[in-house]
Design a protein around this ligand. Structure first.
Ligand SMILES: [Zn+2]
Length: 138
């Protein structure tokens, strides 16, 4: 960490010195042009790092959205009707045909989605004797 910081500062100061050297011939003092170029590099690095950080954050958000989209897909574990009975997870889309290729027998398999209905019930939290007494008394 310290070694990297020292090497980075050395490179920055060297680049500033190389940039300030020709400015001596224009009558600009070396130290002031060197200091200006050093500060200019720090400002440039700051904006470059901001740009890279925002770009990485944008890519992370895009990956997160793609991940959420993949998670929102419905999948089901199905068993191939072949003799091997290979099980695999298949994405299910109710608006489309659900086909896949069995990894065991390499045949095209169609998934038939069978919808059923069920009565919604509420669990009885009381003791059974209490429920029977209330039923008899009412
Ligand atoms: Zn199969």
């Amino acid at each position: 960490m310290v070694k990297r910081l020292v090497s980075s500062l050395s490179i920055t100061f060297a680049v500033a010195a190389i940039g300030a050297w020709p400015l001596i011939y224009l009558g600009i003092p070396f130290f002031s042009s060197w200091a200006f170029l050093t500060v200019l590099q720090f400002v440039g690095f700051y904006f470059y790092n901001e740009h890279v950080s925002r770009k990485i954050a944008l890519q992370e958000q895009q990956l997160l959205l793609a991940h959420e989209a993949e998670l929102s897909k419905q999948t089901s574990e199905v068993t191939c009707p072949c003799d091997r009975g290979v099980k695999c997870f298949v994405p299910i889309n109710l608006n489309d045909r659900n086909e896949y290729v069995c990894p065991g027998c390499k045949k095209d398999i169609n998934v038939i989605v069978d919808l059923k209905t069920a009565l919604i019930t509420t669990p009885i939290l009381e003791q059974p004797e209490t429920v029977i007494k209330q039923t008899i008394l009412s």
